[in-house]
Design a protein around this ligand. Structure first.
Ligand code: GAP
Length: 509
């Protein structure tokens, strides 16, 4: 069986071969950590965005959506803390001249200890068979307990040094752990220093008159600066939320793992404005709601887990990630943050404008607290795609690659396939295609044998194929084939819409 690394490589090449994701500017050899979405990828991405928007905005009366500009007044980023604190700690290896995130070097070291624990657990599970109690083993086995204590101690030291901005200690930690450069193998490191992740550019026509502005590193600030606009024009009452989806930009140093960490990516964020003091209830509420959303896609629960943060961002008093098990392990997919009144307060201070809510019940004004849900669209795409990628051996000995994408997200919902391209079948198929395309993304295909056409649709994750044969011309029935089970059913043409509607609704939240 292929290992996870092989599977990941296959997912990446499948994504390219079938028009989901291409390297950016590929004819010029690409641009690091920047990708383009192809004809099917852009559909899948749009469907994920819509699925999120529906769950957050359409299904919640007290959440509205906006679409703020990417360019914002430069003071926004001073107020938000991004100019001063949106940094990664960097370290260079003097021999290979390669640059690394110092925290990632230490985290990779911790991950190696975790691998050792997992190996111990695997060995013990084999040894003890059915009687194996993982919890007990992990909490009592001396070697595992020692590994865990080591992990905790290293993690604690790293995060508290970062918190205090004690970069010399981060370097000492790297030296003490004898971490070597993966390229040169040497431990000849520079000092650790902070590197701001925002991209800067010039706005204005002449160099002298131009202002330095930043490409937004998160969409959230577009929501904060529009808080009063939306509250007043929407007559919003606390608690209420403002959602938006859009591009964000970060000059990531460790750019790897395909579309997991990109320099230009898309976020889907929601800021929920609440009364101070109620943040822990809302924080837990949104943790649960967001996990429910992920599970509504039908991906098994054991692929997700919460990770509560030890190191908090400069604006948060509580934070958790929803992690997904990507082919390269559990990694952050979404963040839920209790952001306090940090942002609104800061914008009040820097802009001189009041950003407050007047509570008609108590006749008092206050700066609301905020609980944020922030999910990467590209990461969700990668989660869906990597989970969907399936290689199957069929009963007749042949093999197929099928993308078992949740039907509601599939780029093409239904393919219309005349068995042969003569005797009036294509005309009849086109009639059905023209009718269905009003409601669904459809594809018409008459080329090659029917088996090959099914494989092509499997490979792009089309959940349903409608096949017309000679009987269709006599009795107005077609065959509907379901992607995952490959089961085929004969149905009347006039029932196609009803059946598709039923099948495509089943995953909705
Ligand atoms: N407004 C809060 C915020 O931006 P974050 O944890 O930095 O929080 C939120 O980012 C989400 O955005 C992440 O959980 C991840 O899914 C996505 N994300 C962040 N950086 C990314 C990158 N370089 N490439 C792709 N997705 C990214």
């Amino acid at each position: 069986m292929a290992n996870n690394e092989d599977i990941f490589k296959k997912v990446i090449s499948h994504a390219k071969e079938y028009g989901f994701v291409f390297p950016s500017s590929e004819i010029y050899d690409g641009l690091s950590a920047v990708y383009d979405y192809g004809q099917y990828g852009s559909e899948l991405k749009k469907n994920i965005r819509e699925y999120w928007w529906k769950a957050m905005v359409q299904f919640n009366e007290n959440i509205v959506g906006i679409d703020a500009a990417i360019f914002m007044h430069p003071t926004v980023w001073k107020a938000s803390g991004h100019v001063d604190a949106f940094n990664d700690p960097l370290i260079d290896n003097k021999d290979s001249k390669k640059r690394y995130r110092a925290d990632v070097l230490v985290e990779d070291y911790i991950a190696k200890i975790e691998d050792k624990i997992n190996k111990e657990v695997e060995k013990a599970a084999k040894r003890f068979g059915e009687a194996f109690d993982k919890e007990q083993f992990v909490s009592t086995n001396p070697r595992v307990v020692e590994y865990k204590a080591k992990m905790d101690a290293i993690g604690h030291r790293l995060y508290s040094s970062l918190e205090k901005n004690d970069l010399a200690d981060v370097k000492s930690l790297i030296e003490e752990l004898e971490i070597a450069c993966p390229v040169s193998g040497s431990r000849n490191w520079t000092e650790v220093r902070q590197f701001n992740l925002m991209f800067a550019t010039q706005m204005g026509s002449t160099a002298e008159g131009a202002d330095t502005i930043f490409l937004r590193p998160e969409t959230a600030q577009g929501i904060f600066v529009n808080f009063t606009n939306v509250m007043k024009t929407g007559r919003m009452k606390i608690p209420f939320g403002i959602a938006q989806t859009g591009k964000a930009f970060r000059n990531e140093i460790v750019a790897r793992q395909f579309i997991f960490r990109m320099r230009e990516f898309e976020q889907m964020e929601m800021q929920f404005f609440i009364k101070p003091g109620e943040e822990m209830n809302w924080y837990n509420h949104w943790k649960n709601e967001r996990m429910k959303w992920h599970l509504s896609l039908g991906i098994p629960a054991n692929k997700y887990r919460f990770h509560d943060h030890e190191k908090l961002a400069h604006y948060a008093n509580a934070a958790a990630d929803i992690e997904f098990e990507f082919p390269f392990g559990f990694k952050e997919l979404e963040g839920i943050h209790s952001r306090t009144d940090f942002d609104l307060n800061a914008h009040q201070k820097f802009s001189g404008k009041k950003l407050q809510y007047f509570d008609p019940e108590t006749n008092e004004s206050y700066v609301p607290y905020v609980v944020e849900t922030s999910i990467g669209l590209d990461r969700t795409f990668l989660a869906v795609l990597s989970h969907a990628y399936t290689e199957e051996k069929l009963e007749d000995g042949s093999e197929r690659v099928v993308l078992k994408i949740p039907p509601i997200l599939s780029p093409i919902k239904v393919a219309i396939l005349p068995l042969v391209k003569k005797d009036g079948l294509p005309e009849k198929a086109r009639e059905i295609f023209d009718r269905l395309k009003v409601d669904y993304m459809c594809q018409y295909d008459e080329k090659d044998a029917i088996g090959r056409r099914y494989r092509r649709q499997d490979a792009i994750g089309t959940p349903f194929c409608i096949t017309l044969d000679y009987d269709t011309l006599n009795d107005n029935t077609v065959t509907i084939r379901e992607r995952d089970s490959m089961l085929q059913q004969r149905i009347p043409i006039e029932k196609i819409n009803e059946i598709l509607n039923g099948k495509l609704k089943q995953f909705q939240t």
